[in-house]
Design a binder for this molecule. Sequence first.
Ligand SMILES: [Zn+2]
Length: 142
Amino acid sequence: MQNTWIKNHKRDAILLVILLIILLGSMITLYLMNRLHGERKEVIITYDGTEIAREPLTENKRFLVADGQIAEIGDDVTLESLGDRAAESRHLLNIVTIADQQVSVTEANCPDHICVQTGPITGKDDGKVIACLPHKLIISVE
Ligand SMILES: [Zn+2]
């Protein structure tokens, strides 16, 4: 009788240990997945309330947003290099730069330049966004 009792509970103990290992394993997996996901931040660019681009914060890129149309550009493109096309009266232009895990509006032909003056955001700055209200442009990091 006594022997069977020990045998039964030995099996229970083994089962309990196995369950604990599975539980611990899934907790570690969840933790690692959260960490990985947390580091994969994205830059979200919206024009007039519509998302026009979603780019990883980890890839250094430059974009020209012209009248709500976004295009990737090289390092050589500046508002000055666009000449007459950069005239405020003709197009609404912002150059968005993603570099060193930060995003900023480096150039714009808006009247107030608040978007440029806001400086870079990283997504670690309490939901701070870059807004260019005259151009209906909002840039955030999630
Ligand atoms: Zn602006």
